[in-house]
Structures are given as structure tokens and as C-alpha cells.
Design a binder for this molecule. Structure first.
Ligand code: ZN
Length: 122
């Protein structure tokens, strides 16, 4: 059988089912991580848009996510390495927090030269 997301071949024992899709372990974990990462809004976004749920700006974020967002806003653009150093995060924490902030459309990646910066979304 094949993964509905990436098309990778897998055995039935390695497959996961999520919202009617058959997924490989990698894709399943990606989705679970993303949903969990944006939990405050995932709950609402099922039935409401962010606006109608009165979520604006950084409402619903954890303190750490607010700190990262504040840093990005104050500097205009930062690299992942700068954030990790400034806030003393692990690579894994940074990955998780960034996934949330991107998912909630607060920050986005911006390639400039050979570097990728994190910049405010709008
Ligand atoms: Zn997959």
C-alpha cells in the first residue's frame, strides 16, 4: 500500500490512518506535530476562522512563542540560529515553535542570498 501524502510504499503494519487518509509514519508524525503545535487555534479553526474566534496577533500563543514573535518583529528579520542563541533554545524546540508560528501565519521564511531569514508574515 501507499502513503496518501507522499506516495511512499509501506507495509500495512507501518501505516497510520488520520481523517480517512492512509499515511506513512513520517507524514503521520508531521501532521500530529503540526496539529499539536497549534493547539490553541486548531480547536477553533475547525468551526471558526481566527477573526471570528477573536484571535488576533499573538492571542493563544505560549510565552515562548510570543518571545520568538517579538524578537522577529523587533529585528525585522532573524535567522534560526539567532533565535536559538538569543532565547537559548534547542534545535528541536525551535523547530516546534516555528512550525506553530508559521502555521498561524505570524512569521514566514524569507530567502536572501544564501541565507534563510524568519520575517513577520505581513
Ligand atoms: Zn508519507
Amino acid at each position: 500500500m501507499k502513503c496518501d501524502q507522499c506516495g511512499q510504499e509501506m507495509s500495512e503494519g507501518d501505516s497510520y490512518t488520520h481523517r480517512g487518509e492512509t499515511l506513512c509514519e513520517d507524514c503521520y508524525l508531521d501532521i500530529r506535530l503540526e496539529v499539536k503545535a497549534c493547539d490553541p487555534w486548531a480547536v477553533y479553526s475547525a468551526t471558526h476562522s481566527r477573526e471570528s474566534a477573536d484571535f488576533k496577533g499573538t492571542d493563544g500563543l505560549t510565552d515562548l512563542q510570543k518571545e520568538i514573535y517579538a524578537l522577529v518583529k523587533s529585528k525585522g528579520r532573524v535567522t534560526r540560529e539567532e533565535v536559538i542563541e538569543e532565547l537559548n533554545l534547542s534545535e528541536q524546540e525551535m523547530q516546534t515553535q516555528l512550525a506553530t508560528l508559521r502555521h498561524c501565519e505570524l512569521v514566514k521564511g524569507h530567502k536572501q542570498g544564501d541565507k534563510v531569514y524568519i520575517i513577520p508574515y505581513s
